[in-house]
Every structure is written in structure tokens, then in C-alpha cells.
Design a protein around this ligand. Structure first.
Ligand SMILES: [Zn+2]
Length: 215
């Protein structure tokens, strides 16, 4: 007996009868020619923040890697197995993508765990260790006097985007292509409740509503 979740089978049925017919040609084309997305998105695992949904993207358009709190590690060629770095290497060196978007979001559980000092997780747990890459040695992350918990959380969620963008530039193959003007790095922040997307203005280092940017 197959115990595969029924709602997934139902979902696939809907996909195969409704969406697939309209995109069958595109799938066949992508199968023959291979993928050539221009954009890589580094997002969070959070089920509410699906890049393909938010950017209304079809098959072959986005090269996506997701992890807890959309973090990019620093370049670390130490012989270990690094999933994010491998995806990044493939996207940049093989697919020659033109844009990398780090997509953060509101109410991020990974950031929450970090802010709450990872309680009740133990120091040996994976999330705690994973989130440690977010801070530099000696760096202290604390709520400021005038800040509410909500403001503090949002500030740290956005700081995770800045840190990932900073860490991306520690990869020699990323840095080289960015400096040559062949590739751009971007930040974005998704407000879950309102479905509002904010994009990073690199000049002011502020996030602006995508609706106002597009207008
Ligand atoms: Zn998250």
C-alpha cells in the first residue's frame, strides 16, 4: 500500500491536468536544451516563502537553494562537504547566472531561534550550530535599549540578508564576476502577513517596497 500523502497526489493531479498542458512545450524544451536560469535565489526553508510563488516563476527560471534563515557561509575550501557552496559554484561557474537574490523574510524561525539564544535547543543541535555562522567571532547581537522585540527581530532578519551578501563576496568566483560587472547581488525581504516584498536599495542600504520600485 502506498502511503504517499494524498494531498500531494491530488496536487500532482491538478498540476498534470491543468498547469502541465500549458507548459508541456517548455518542459520538453528545457529537457532537450538543459536549464539556463538567469537568477539564483537563496531563500529560507520556511513553507510560506516559496521563491517560485512570490516571483511567479515558471520551470527553468529560478535556480533555488533554501536553508534555515537564508544564510550563505563564508568561502571555506576545507575539504568538507558544503551544500550551499556547491550550489553556488554550480550556479555561477556552470550556469553563469546573472543575478543572485538573497531572500529573507518576516517571522523567520531560524532567526527566532538565534534571538532566543537557541532555547530550548541544546548547543549540539543543528539549528544552533547552523545559526552560529551568522555572527562573526567576537560579534555581539543584542536588543537595543529603544527597540521593541519586534523591531529587534526585523533588524536581525535583515542583518541575515546583509551578512549573506557579504559572505557571497568571500567566494573568489563570485567576487570576480561581480567586479567585472557580469553578475549582480541583490537583497529582498518578504513580509509574510501582507505578502509585501521589499528590495534592497544598495545605495541607502534600506529595503523599499517592490511596488514603489516598480511604479
Ligand atoms: Zn526563515
Amino acid at each position: 500500500m502506498i502511503t504517499f500523502p494524498k494531498h500531494l497526489l491530488d496536487g500532482y493531479r491538478t498540476f498534470s491536468t491543468q498547469r502541465l498542458p500549458t507548459e508541456q512545450t517548455r518542459y520538453r524544451d528545457l529537457s532537450v536544451k538543459g536549464q539556463s536560469p538567469e537568477v539564483m535565489v537563496i531563500g529560507c526553508c520556511d513553507s510560506r516563502v516559496s521563491p517560485e510563488v512570490i516571483f511567479d516563476a515558471g520551470p527553468g527560471e529560478l535556480f533555488v537553494v533554501r536553508n534555515v534563515a537564508n544564510l550563505v557561509p563564508v568561502y571555506e575550501p576545507d575539504g568538507g562537504a558544503h551544500g550551499i557552496s556547491a550550489a553556488l559554484e554550480y550556479a555561477v561557474n556552470v550556469l553563469r547566472i546573472k543575478h543572485i537574490v538573497v531572500l529573507g523574510h518576516a517571522q523567520c524561525g531560524g532567526i527566532r531561534a538565534f534571538i532566543d539564544k537557541i532555547e530550548p535547543l541544546s548547543p549540539g543541535d543543528f539549528i544552533g550550530r547552523w545559526m552560529q555562522m551568522f555572527i562573526k567571532p567576537g560579534e555581539v547581537v543584542e536588543q537595543r535599549d529603544h527597540e521593541t522585540m519586534q523591531q529587534f527581530t526585523v533588524r536581525i532578519e535583515k542583518a541575515a540578508i546583509f551578512r549573506s551578501l557579504e559572505n557571497l563576496m568571500t567566494f573568489p568566483f563570485v567576487k570576480e564576476r561581480v567586479q567585472k560587472g557580469e553578475m549582480d547581488l541583490h537583497g529582498a525581504y518578504f513580509g509574510v502577513a501582507e505578502g509585501t516584498l521589499f528590495v534592497l536599495d544598495k545605495a541607502t542600504k534600506e529595503f523599499k517596497s517592490a511596488r514603489s520600485v516598480a511604479a
